[in-house]
Design a protein around this ligand. Structure first.
Ligand code: FDA
Length: 316
Protein backbone atom coordinates (compact mmCIF):
# COMPACT_ATOMS: atom_id res chain seq x y z
CA UNK A 1 0.00 0.00 0.00
CA UNK A 2 3.11 2.25 0.43
CA UNK A 3 3.29 4.75 -2.47
CA UNK A 4 -0.46 4.65 -3.16
CA UNK A 5 -1.13 5.26 0.51
CA UNK A 6 1.28 8.22 0.59
CA UNK A 7 0.23 9.87 -2.65
CA UNK A 8 -3.49 9.12 -2.88
CA UNK A 9 -5.03 7.98 0.37
CA UNK A 10 -3.06 10.01 2.90
CA UNK A 11 -3.91 13.46 1.44
CA UNK A 12 -7.55 12.38 1.04
CA UNK A 13 -7.78 11.22 4.65
CA UNK A 14 -6.15 14.40 5.95
CA UNK A 15 -8.58 16.44 3.83
CA UNK A 16 -11.43 14.50 5.46
CA UNK A 17 -10.22 15.71 8.85
CA UNK A 18 -11.41 19.18 7.83
CA UNK A 19 -14.85 18.04 6.66
CA UNK A 20 -17.60 18.91 9.10
CA UNK A 21 -20.06 16.71 7.22
CA UNK A 22 -17.89 13.60 7.57
CA UNK A 23 -17.17 14.49 11.19
CA UNK A 24 -20.86 14.72 12.07
CA UNK A 25 -21.68 11.48 10.28
CA UNK A 26 -18.78 9.50 11.72
CA UNK A 27 -19.64 10.48 15.27
CA UNK A 28 -22.91 8.61 14.80
CA UNK A 29 -21.36 5.42 13.47
CA UNK A 30 -21.68 2.51 15.92
CA UNK A 31 -18.10 1.54 15.19
CA UNK A 32 -16.81 4.86 16.41
CA UNK A 33 -16.61 3.96 20.10
CA UNK A 34 -14.34 0.95 19.49
CA UNK A 35 -12.01 2.73 17.10
CA UNK A 36 -11.74 5.89 19.14
CA UNK A 37 -10.90 4.00 22.34
CA UNK A 38 -7.81 2.59 20.68
CA UNK A 39 -6.29 6.08 20.42
CA UNK A 40 -8.25 8.22 22.92
CA UNK A 41 -8.80 6.95 26.48
CA UNK A 42 -12.10 8.80 26.81
CA UNK A 43 -14.13 11.94 26.42
CA UNK A 44 -14.26 12.87 30.11
CA UNK A 45 -11.67 14.27 32.50
CA UNK A 46 -12.26 11.25 34.77
CA UNK A 47 -11.40 8.85 31.94
CA UNK A 48 -8.24 10.82 31.23
CA UNK A 49 -7.22 10.77 34.91
CA UNK A 50 -7.69 7.00 35.09
CA UNK A 51 -5.37 6.63 32.11
CA UNK A 52 -2.84 9.04 33.65
CA UNK A 53 -2.80 6.96 36.85
CA UNK A 54 -2.21 3.77 34.87
CA UNK A 55 0.72 5.24 32.91
CA UNK A 56 2.37 6.67 36.05
CA UNK A 57 1.94 3.30 37.82
CA UNK A 58 3.83 1.69 34.94
CA UNK A 59 6.73 4.14 35.37
CA UNK A 60 5.87 6.32 32.35
CA UNK A 61 5.48 10.10 32.21
CA UNK A 62 2.44 11.70 30.55
CA UNK A 63 1.49 14.71 28.50
CA UNK A 64 -2.26 15.28 28.44
CA UNK A 65 -4.00 17.05 25.56
CA UNK A 66 -7.52 18.43 25.88
CA UNK A 67 -8.83 17.82 22.37
CA UNK A 68 -9.97 21.03 20.71
CA UNK A 69 -8.66 22.85 17.67
CA UNK A 70 -9.46 25.61 15.20
CA UNK A 71 -11.49 27.72 17.61
CA UNK A 72 -13.12 30.60 15.77
CA UNK A 73 -15.00 32.03 18.68
CA UNK A 74 -13.55 33.77 21.72
CA UNK A 75 -15.92 32.12 24.20
CA UNK A 76 -14.87 28.68 22.92
CA UNK A 77 -11.23 29.64 23.43
CA UNK A 78 -12.11 30.71 26.98
CA UNK A 79 -13.87 27.36 27.56
CA UNK A 80 -10.67 25.61 26.46
CA UNK A 81 -8.62 27.64 28.97
CA UNK A 82 -11.07 26.70 31.73
CA UNK A 83 -10.85 23.03 30.71
CA UNK A 84 -7.05 23.19 30.95
CA UNK A 85 -7.19 24.85 34.38
CA UNK A 86 -9.47 22.03 35.60
CA UNK A 87 -7.19 19.46 33.99
CA UNK A 88 -4.15 20.93 35.79
CA UNK A 89 -5.99 20.88 39.15
CA UNK A 90 -6.89 17.22 38.63
CA UNK A 91 -3.39 16.26 37.53
CA UNK A 92 -1.87 17.95 40.57
CA UNK A 93 -3.54 15.33 42.80
CA UNK A 94 -1.03 12.80 41.46
CA UNK A 95 2.27 12.74 43.27
CA UNK A 96 4.62 11.21 40.71
CA UNK A 97 8.02 9.98 41.80
CA UNK A 98 9.97 12.40 39.64
CA UNK A 99 9.64 16.07 38.71
CA UNK A 100 8.56 16.47 35.12
CA UNK A 101 6.40 13.35 34.93
CA UNK A 102 3.31 15.50 34.46
CA UNK A 103 2.86 17.68 31.41
CA UNK A 104 0.04 19.14 29.33
CA UNK A 105 0.13 19.73 25.58
CA UNK A 106 -1.90 22.51 24.02
CA UNK A 107 -2.76 23.86 20.59
CA UNK A 108 -2.71 27.61 20.02
CA UNK A 109 -5.58 27.46 17.50
CA UNK A 110 -7.71 26.02 20.30
CA UNK A 111 -6.80 29.10 22.36
CA UNK A 112 -7.84 31.55 19.64
CA UNK A 113 -4.88 31.85 17.27
CA UNK A 114 -7.19 31.72 14.24
CA UNK A 115 -9.61 34.41 15.47
CA UNK A 116 -10.07 37.07 12.79
CA UNK A 117 -9.13 39.90 15.14
CA UNK A 118 -6.18 39.87 17.55
CA UNK A 119 -5.95 36.06 17.33
CA UNK A 120 -2.24 35.91 18.15
CA UNK A 121 -2.61 38.26 21.11
CA UNK A 122 -5.59 36.33 22.52
CA UNK A 123 -3.88 32.95 22.05
CA UNK A 124 -0.70 34.28 23.69
CA UNK A 125 -2.62 35.58 26.71
CA UNK A 126 -4.61 32.36 27.04
CA UNK A 127 -1.48 30.22 26.76
CA UNK A 128 0.22 32.36 29.42
CA UNK A 129 -2.68 31.78 31.86
CA UNK A 130 -2.29 28.03 31.40
CA UNK A 131 1.51 28.09 31.66
CA UNK A 132 1.35 30.23 34.84
CA UNK A 133 -1.13 27.83 36.47
CA UNK A 134 0.91 24.80 35.39
CA UNK A 135 4.11 26.33 36.71
CA UNK A 136 2.57 26.97 40.11
CA UNK A 137 1.57 23.27 40.29
CA UNK A 138 4.90 21.90 39.03
CA UNK A 139 3.41 20.69 35.75
CA UNK A 140 5.20 21.21 32.43
CA UNK A 141 3.64 22.61 29.24
CA UNK A 142 4.47 21.88 25.59
CA UNK A 143 2.87 23.85 22.76
CA UNK A 144 1.91 21.47 19.93
CA UNK A 145 2.75 22.11 16.27
CA UNK A 146 -0.10 22.56 13.82
CA UNK A 147 0.03 23.28 10.08
CA UNK A 148 2.91 25.29 8.61
CA UNK A 149 0.97 28.58 8.40
CA UNK A 150 0.98 28.81 12.19
CA UNK A 151 4.68 28.13 12.87
CA UNK A 152 5.98 31.73 12.99
CA UNK A 153 3.24 32.92 15.32
CA UNK A 154 3.65 29.87 17.56
CA UNK A 155 7.41 30.22 17.87
CA UNK A 156 7.07 33.94 18.66
CA UNK A 157 4.61 33.11 21.44
CA UNK A 158 6.82 30.31 22.78
CA UNK A 159 9.92 32.57 22.82
CA UNK A 160 7.98 35.10 24.87
CA UNK A 161 6.63 32.44 27.28
CA UNK A 162 10.15 31.05 27.72
CA UNK A 163 11.41 34.48 28.87
CA UNK A 164 9.38 33.93 32.06
CA UNK A 165 8.89 30.15 32.03
CA UNK A 166 12.02 28.64 30.42
CA UNK A 167 10.66 25.08 30.76
CA UNK A 168 7.90 25.79 28.24
CA UNK A 169 8.45 23.36 25.40
CA UNK A 170 7.32 23.26 21.81
CA UNK A 171 7.30 20.97 18.79
CA UNK A 172 9.36 21.05 15.60
CA UNK A 173 8.27 18.97 12.59
CA UNK A 174 10.94 17.24 10.50
CA UNK A 175 8.72 17.39 7.41
CA UNK A 176 9.19 21.16 7.19
CA UNK A 177 12.21 22.51 5.31
CA UNK A 178 12.71 25.30 7.87
CA UNK A 179 12.95 22.93 10.84
CA UNK A 180 16.71 22.37 10.74
CA UNK A 181 17.22 26.11 11.34
CA UNK A 182 14.53 26.20 14.03
CA UNK A 183 16.22 23.24 15.76
CA UNK A 184 19.55 25.07 15.74
CA UNK A 185 17.97 28.16 17.32
CA UNK A 186 15.97 26.36 20.01
CA UNK A 187 18.67 23.79 20.81
CA UNK A 188 21.20 26.53 21.48
CA UNK A 189 18.77 28.36 23.76
CA UNK A 190 18.42 25.22 25.93
CA UNK A 191 14.76 24.63 25.11
CA UNK A 192 12.64 21.54 25.63
CA UNK A 193 11.93 20.53 22.04
CA UNK A 194 9.69 17.71 20.90
CA UNK A 195 10.85 16.50 17.49
CA UNK A 196 8.21 14.73 15.39
CA UNK A 197 7.84 13.97 11.68
CA UNK A 198 4.68 16.08 11.26
CA UNK A 199 1.06 15.03 10.93
CA UNK A 200 -0.32 17.67 8.54
CA UNK A 201 -0.50 17.54 4.73
CA UNK A 202 1.86 20.33 3.69
CA UNK A 203 2.72 21.80 0.26
CA UNK A 204 6.05 20.92 -1.38
CA UNK A 205 7.08 24.58 -1.27
CA UNK A 206 7.56 24.35 2.49
CA UNK A 207 7.78 20.62 3.19
CA UNK A 208 9.56 17.45 2.15
CA UNK A 209 7.09 15.19 0.43
CA UNK A 210 9.06 11.92 0.31
CA UNK A 211 9.19 9.79 3.46
CA UNK A 212 12.94 9.25 2.96
CA UNK A 213 13.55 13.04 2.93
CA UNK A 214 11.51 13.51 6.11
CA UNK A 215 13.43 10.70 7.82
CA UNK A 216 16.79 12.15 6.76
CA UNK A 217 15.78 15.55 8.08
CA UNK A 218 14.55 13.94 11.32
CA UNK A 219 18.02 12.45 11.82
CA UNK A 220 19.78 15.76 11.08
CA UNK A 221 17.50 17.63 13.48
CA UNK A 222 17.87 14.95 16.15
CA UNK A 223 21.66 15.29 15.99
CA UNK A 224 21.41 19.07 16.43
CA UNK A 225 19.08 18.71 19.43
CA UNK A 226 21.15 15.97 21.08
CA UNK A 227 24.36 17.97 20.61
CA UNK A 228 22.95 21.17 22.11
CA UNK A 229 22.25 22.13 25.73
CA UNK A 230 18.47 21.68 25.51
CA UNK A 231 16.14 18.81 26.41
CA UNK A 232 15.25 16.72 23.32
CA UNK A 233 11.89 14.94 23.31
CA UNK A 234 12.06 12.25 20.65
CA UNK A 235 8.44 11.83 19.53
CA UNK A 236 8.26 8.89 17.15
CA UNK A 237 7.24 5.24 16.94
CA UNK A 238 9.80 4.57 14.23
CA UNK A 239 12.35 1.94 15.37
CA UNK A 240 15.10 3.54 13.25
CA UNK A 241 14.61 6.97 14.86
CA UNK A 242 14.33 5.43 18.32
CA UNK A 243 17.62 3.55 17.89
CA UNK A 244 19.27 6.65 16.41
CA UNK A 245 18.22 8.68 19.45
CA UNK A 246 19.83 6.19 21.83
CA UNK A 247 23.04 6.15 19.78
CA UNK A 248 23.23 9.96 19.50
CA UNK A 249 22.52 10.38 23.22
CA UNK A 250 25.50 8.09 23.88
CA UNK A 251 27.68 9.94 21.38
CA UNK A 252 27.02 13.28 23.09
CA UNK A 253 27.36 11.88 26.62
CA UNK A 254 23.76 12.53 27.61
CA UNK A 255 22.45 11.08 30.86
CA UNK A 256 19.02 9.34 30.78
CA UNK A 257 17.42 12.30 32.58
CA UNK A 258 18.53 14.81 29.91
CA UNK A 259 16.20 13.65 27.11
CA UNK A 260 13.17 11.44 26.58
CA UNK A 261 11.18 9.26 24.18
CA UNK A 262 7.57 10.16 23.48
CA UNK A 263 4.82 8.08 21.91
CA UNK A 264 1.09 8.40 21.41
CA UNK A 265 -1.44 6.66 23.63
CA UNK A 266 -2.34 3.24 22.21
CA UNK A 267 0.57 3.04 19.76
CA UNK A 268 3.44 0.57 20.33
CA UNK A 269 2.43 0.18 23.95
CA UNK A 270 4.82 -2.75 24.52
CA UNK A 271 7.71 -0.72 23.13
CA UNK A 272 6.84 2.15 25.48
CA UNK A 273 7.12 -0.23 28.46
CA UNK A 274 10.25 -1.92 27.10
CA UNK A 275 12.09 1.39 26.71
CA UNK A 276 11.12 2.42 30.23
CA UNK A 277 12.61 -0.80 31.63
CA UNK A 278 15.96 0.10 30.00
CA UNK A 279 16.08 3.20 32.21
CA UNK A 280 15.07 5.61 29.45
CA UNK A 281 12.48 8.29 30.12
CA UNK A 282 9.27 7.63 28.18
CA UNK A 283 6.29 9.97 27.98
CA UNK A 284 2.87 9.02 26.62
CA UNK A 285 0.79 11.63 24.78
CA UNK A 286 -2.70 11.18 26.13
CA UNK A 287 -5.56 13.01 24.39
CA UNK A 288 -9.07 13.24 25.80
CA UNK A 289 -12.29 15.13 25.13
CA UNK A 290 -15.26 15.15 22.82
CA UNK A 291 -13.46 16.69 19.85
CA UNK A 292 -11.48 13.57 18.97
CA UNK A 293 -12.31 13.55 15.25
CA UNK A 294 -9.36 15.54 13.80
CA UNK A 295 -6.92 13.70 16.06
CA UNK A 296 -8.28 10.30 15.06
CA UNK A 297 -8.15 11.07 11.34
CA UNK A 298 -4.50 12.15 11.61
CA UNK A 299 -3.70 8.78 13.24
CA UNK A 300 -5.50 6.92 10.45
CA UNK A 301 -3.62 8.91 7.82
CA UNK A 302 -0.23 8.11 9.31
CA UNK A 303 -0.17 4.44 8.71
CA UNK A 304 -1.91 1.90 6.45
CA UNK A 305 -2.21 -0.51 9.41
CA UNK A 306 -4.22 2.04 11.40
CA UNK A 307 -6.56 2.39 8.45
CA UNK A 308 -6.90 -1.39 8.13
CA UNK A 309 -7.78 -1.53 11.84
CA UNK A 310 -10.47 1.07 11.20
CA UNK A 311 -11.90 -0.72 8.15
CA UNK A 312 -11.98 -4.07 10.01
CA UNK A 313 -13.90 -2.42 12.84
CA UNK A 314 -16.34 -0.97 10.29
CA UNK A 315 -17.03 -4.47 9.01
CA UNK A 316 -17.86 -5.38 12.61
P1 FDA B 1 5.92 6.84 10.87
O1 FDA B 1 4.45 7.06 10.87
O2 FDA B 1 6.75 7.40 9.76
O3 FDA B 1 6.18 5.29 10.96
C1 FDA B 1 7.51 4.78 10.89
C2 FDA B 1 7.57 3.41 11.50
O4 FDA B 1 7.20 3.47 12.90
C3 FDA B 1 6.63 2.41 10.90
O5 FDA B 1 7.15 1.88 9.71
C4 FDA B 1 6.55 1.39 12.03
O6 FDA B 1 7.69 0.59 12.07
C5 FDA B 1 6.52 2.28 13.27
N1 FDA B 1 5.13 2.60 13.64
C6 FDA B 1 4.48 3.76 13.43
N2 FDA B 1 3.21 3.67 13.88
C7 FDA B 1 3.07 2.43 14.37
C8 FDA B 1 1.98 1.72 14.94
N3 FDA B 1 0.77 2.25 15.07
N4 FDA B 1 2.19 0.44 15.34
C9 FDA B 1 3.39 -0.15 15.17
N5 FDA B 1 4.45 0.46 14.61
C10 FDA B 1 4.29 1.73 14.22
N6 FDA B 1 2.56 15.91 14.86
C11 FDA B 1 2.39 17.24 14.62
O7 FDA B 1 2.28 17.64 13.46
N7 FDA B 1 2.32 18.12 15.67
C12 FDA B 1 2.47 17.73 16.97
O8 FDA B 1 2.42 18.56 17.88
C13 FDA B 1 2.67 16.34 17.22
N8 FDA B 1 2.81 15.87 18.49
C14 FDA B 1 3.17 14.56 18.69
C15 FDA B 1 3.47 14.10 19.96
C16 FDA B 1 3.90 12.81 20.17
C17 FDA B 1 4.25 12.36 21.54
C18 FDA B 1 4.03 11.93 19.05
C19 FDA B 1 4.55 10.53 19.23
C20 FDA B 1 3.71 12.36 17.79
C21 FDA B 1 3.25 13.66 17.59
N9 FDA B 1 2.90 14.10 16.33
C22 FDA B 1 2.70 15.45 16.13
C23 FDA B 1 2.65 13.13 15.22
C24 FDA B 1 3.88 12.90 14.38
O9 FDA B 1 4.16 14.06 13.63
C25 FDA B 1 3.69 11.73 13.40
O10 FDA B 1 2.62 12.03 12.56
C26 FDA B 1 3.44 10.40 14.08
O11 FDA B 1 4.19 10.25 15.23
C27 FDA B 1 3.79 9.26 13.12
O12 FDA B 1 5.15 9.31 12.75
P2 FDA B 1 6.25 8.33 13.36
O13 FDA B 1 7.48 9.13 13.60
O14 FDA B 1 5.73 7.65 14.55
O15 FDA B 1 6.60 7.30 12.23
Amino acid sequence: MGPVFDTVLRPAIVAASRSERIENASQRWPVTERVVRRFVPGESLDAAMTAVGDELDDGLAVTVDFLSEDTLDESQAEATVVAYLELLESMSSFRPASFGSLEVSLKLTALGLGLPEHGAKIAAENARRIVEAADSLGILVTVDAENHTTVDQRLTIVRSLRDDFPDTGTVLQACLRRTEDDCAEFASSGARIRLCKGAYAEPAAVAFTERRQVDDNYLRCLRTLMKGPGYPMVATHDPTMIDAATILAGEFGRTPDSWEHQMLYGIRVDEQRRLATTGARVRVYLPYGEQWYGYLVRRLAERPANLVFFLRALRG
